[in-house]
Ligand binder design. Structure first.
Ligand code: CA
Length: 412
């Protein structure tokens, strides 16, 4: 596809991508937007210019503070909007209405793209589960259920924040090494978790599991997700009911939802699953995605260092398996629900998706470009996650999700 709009070759937001988000225009109007190169398409203005037909209906749909109503119309509707935008971008000459519809991206503010209903976090990377297991339970790293079902827990939607939101170092109960009584203190083991999350676009009915063959019809698209974690708080509280305050103080998401349609060319084979999963988790074909991921740390006033490079194709359980499992008991899902993959670690020590693993529980500090080392995050550190899929000239990226650590405010 050739467009009249100049798009840098390495842009995450190529004409093949066209993800959706929420923008605030210079005049202060909130509504849906689509990034393209260094620009963003204002879907409210595009609808008002008659790009999608039925002018008033589309303006009403897009002039909203979240994408929830839009994504609830289903993936076929979003596909039609993307195709119409591609057509418009490929018109043989600059369309007359282009200046009313396009903004430079630096001119608009982005907002949370969805109102998140429920949020679930999975634990679907075999390498991550094994690494963490080795540290937390050296004699029994991978529990027997792990290879039979996508482990997950219900998280907290209220603390999901947008890219760029500062993250306050949390305080909590921590059991000092060798002690039998906990103290109340700021976490000394603040960590990131590199994850991809999917957004539910189609409702399911309570009591009606989503068959695995239909799971992807319920997924609108994907986001980058940083599941900030306080390891010392987590270690003391997680038995017997799982993650709680060590996790729910903040999770950051990237602003643009990349559709499954845009990611279709990057489908890939997943890892061989042994033992063979139960029938309701079996699906033929390729349902994993080849998306390159990286994490950087930028200290206050220092340069950025890439500390991890990995790929979503390493995930053991696919999104379809996660969703089929999530609903097999009849649990229903709603548009705007968010489900994260769990930390994505690869097979090599530079492909681990958390500092816990990269610095091996504090035993192997990692070096940064400014000469400092890290076992966990320091105040003033900025964590930046990026993701993109690329094949030849075809590039579909996620942009980034970042957050800077602020010092704790202690209650005492
Ligand atoms: Ca997580």
């Amino acid at each position: 596809m050739t467009t009249w709009l100049p798009i840098p070759a390495d842009s995450d937001f190529s004409i093949y991508n066209l993800p959706f988000g929420i923008i605030e225009t210079p005049s202060g109007r909130m509504g849906a937007g689509v990034p393209i190169g260094d620009y963003v398409i204002d879907l409210v203005a595009a609808a008002d210019a008659g790009l999608f037909g039925a002018r008033r209906r589309h303006v009403q749909l897009f002039e909203q503070p979240t994408l929830n109503n839009f994504i609830a119309l289903g993936n076929d509707f979003a596909k039609r909007i993307r195709r119409r935008l591609q057509q418009w971008l490929c018109e043989s000459k600059l369309p007359k209405n282009s200046t009313d519809i396009l903004y430079e991206r630096s001119q608009v503010r982005v907002h949370l793209p969805i109102q998140v209903g429920d949020y679930t976090d999975f634990y679907s990377s075999l390498e991550h589960a094994t690494n963490v297991g080795k540290m937390f339970r050296p004699d029994n790293p991978l529990l027997p259920n792990w290879r039979w079902l996508p482990i997950g827990y219900h998280g907290r939607a209220s603390s999901i924040v947008l890219d760029g939101t500062p993250i306050r170092r949390p305080c909590g109960q921590i059991l000092p090494k060798g002690s039998e009584t906990p103290i109340f203190a700021a976490t000394q083991q603040l960590d990131f978790e590199l994850e991809i999350a999917f957004v539910i676009g189609k409702e399911s009915r309570l009591g009606h599991p989503i068959p695995i063959e239909q799971a992807e019809e319920h997924i609108f698209g994907l986001l980058l997700f940083n599941d900030w974690s306080a390891r010392d708080i987590q270690r003391w509280e997680y038995v017997p009911l799982g993650p709680f305050l060590g996790k729910n103080f903040a999770s950051s998401i990237s602003p643009w939802i990349v559709t499954l349609e845009a990611l279709k060319p990057f489908r890939t084979r997943g890892p061989v699953q042994r033992p063979t999963p139960l029938e309701y988790l079996r699906l033929r074909g390729w349902h994993h995605y080849d998306i390159a991921l990286e994490v950087s740390i930028r200290p206050k006033d220092g340069p950025e260092t890439v500390v991890c490079r990995t790929n979503t194709r390493y995930l053991y359980w696919s999104m379809a398996q996660q969703l089929a499992h999530h609903t097999i008991n009849g649990c229903n899902v709603r548009p705007g629900d968010l489900m994260a993959s769990g930390t994505i670690s690869g097979p090599t020590s530079d492909s681990f998706g958390s500092l816990l693993e990269l610095a091996w529980g504090g035993q192997k500090p990692i070096s940064l470009a400014d000469g400092s080392t890290r076992t966990f995050l320091l105040d003033g550190d900025t964590v930046i996650m990026r993701a993109y899929a690329q094949r030849g000239h075809l590039r579909v990226g996620f942009g980034q999700v970042c957050g800077t650590i602020l010092p704790a405010i202690k209650g005492d």
